[in-house]
Design a protein around this ligand. Structure first.
Ligand SMILES: Cc1cc2nc3c(=O)[nH]c(=O)nc-3n(C[C@H](O)[C@H](O)[C@H](O)COP(=O)(O)OP(=O)(O)OC[C@H]3O[C@@H](n4cnc5c(N)ncnc54)[C@H](O)[C@@H]3O)c2cc1C
Length: 75
């Protein structure tokens, strides 16, 4: 996805373990809401994100998944 490939415009885009290279950004910068998860607080992706979580994705994603499941189950 990006300069060399597909372009996407989802309502919600999770950028997990992505640096935010411009080639990639070109393919998703029309996303409505961007949530970035990256262990590097200086990762460029945070400049394009509406929400950012600095942390190890292997720790963050399981917790986020459980919380999202709880919200979804509330209906
Ligand atoms: C001519 C050209 C065209 C290109 N076209 C495209 C294109 O169309 N689309 C595209 O995507 N790329 C394209 N690229 C490549 C692009 O420039 C980047 O190299 C690529 O997008 C980087 O991918 P990445 O962010 O997944 O990997 P990396 O640059 O390696 O970044 C990995 C990120 O993950 C974070 N990370 C690593 N481990 C963890 C962890 N455990 N928890 C949390 N964070 C973690 C790191 O902090 C880092 O920020 C192109 C390159 C060139 C030269």
């Amino acid at each position: 996805m990006g300069k060399s490939g597909k372009t996407v415009s989802p309502k919600l885009y999770f950028a997990v373990g992505l640096s935010g290279a411009i080639h990639h950004i070109m393919g998703m910068d029309t996303s409505k809401v961007v949530v970035a998860i990256n262990k590097d607080p200086r990762a460029p992706i945070f400049q394009y994100a509406d929400y950012g979580i600095v942390g190890d994705l292997f720790e963050v994603v399981p917790i986020l998944t459980e919380e999202l499941k709880k919200e979804v189950s509330k209906g």
